[in-house]
Write a protein that binds this ligand. Structure first.
Ligand SMILES: [Zn+2]
Length: 95
């Protein structure tokens, strides 16, 4: 099985919650990056380096990711509760 998806330049990302794969121009992801100094940032671009994970900009996926606590596993670092809260905020889910 070596028939991979053709990608024209853009990288294919995978949602850490639902496993959906899409290019950035096809689907909206939130990128979570653990920087070298230990701070976590959210963005939608590629401007900073570090270990990153992606999640769909959707309530279901962010909530699922928060529940599973998979993020700390993916980023190989501790992810405090506040990060999940701000992630929900980033997805526009907090009131
Ligand atoms: Zn998803």
């Amino acid at each position: 099985m070596k028939k991979s998806i053709r990608h024209k330049g853009a990288k294919v990302r995978m949602c850490a919650a639902c496993g959906l794969r899409a290019r950035r121009d096809e689907h909206e992801f939130i990128r979570i990056t653990l920087q070298k100094d230990g701070t976590l940032i959210f963005d939608s671009g590629d401007q900073c380096s570090g270990r990153s994970a992606y999640v769909c900009r959707q309530a279901d996926c962010v909530k699922k990711l928060c529940k599973s606590r998979r993020l700390s596993h993916l980023l190989r670092g501790s992810v405090p509760e506040e990060v999940y809260q701000s992630l929900l905020k980033e997805a526009g889910l907090s009131e």
